[in-house]
Design a protein around this ligand. Sequence first.
Ligand SMILES: [Zn+2]
Length: 220
Amino acid sequence: MNDPDWKLKKTDLIRVAAHFYQKGWMVGTSGNLSVRVSPDTFLITASGRPKGLLSEDDLVVIRGLGRLPENSSERPRPSAEVSIHQAVYACVDDANAVFHIHSVESNIVSEWAVDHSLLLPPLEMIKGFGVIDPSVGYRIDLLENHLDVSRIALDLKDLLSDPVRVSKNHLPAFLIRHHGLTVWGRDVMDAFHKIELLEYVFRFMVTSRTTDPALSSGSN
Ligand SMILES: [Zn+2]
């Protein structure tokens, strides 16, 4: 627990959470952030804590990527959405940070997905995902929201196990309908940049649809 690398990663998550809180992406106690510290261990924000005021004690260690024991009396408790983070780490080897936010724009654009996929406009910003030509037509997957978060995690595992998903130009992120956005990256800063890029794209879509519906998307 006193590993200097863990301490650095805790500091990173606390700073990112405060930044996202300021942006209005983690209001109240919503949203959750995690970082991998070994192949099957990660740190995640605790349940019910205000994300603008986290301390190191508000980060919970999760060991193992399988089902967690229910009704654990340990405090603090991990985020109720920890199973979503487990699913990403279990299915994506190079995912080392997972960020899940509840932004207004991600909820609006979640209504525009067709067949559980949202086509993004060909903005230069999409190059931030390491792609060469945004005009190819990149997409974000959409999952349905369920009261039982483990059902969302199961759907996510099915999605991430789809061998043709990457070839269909789907970015390393997904929306949950009327719920929020989840993004992963190779480290904390990579996930940080990618979530900011996607939120920019969503803001563009919402703003341009308000002013000119033809601009907001491709042929979705
Ligand atoms: Zn959530």
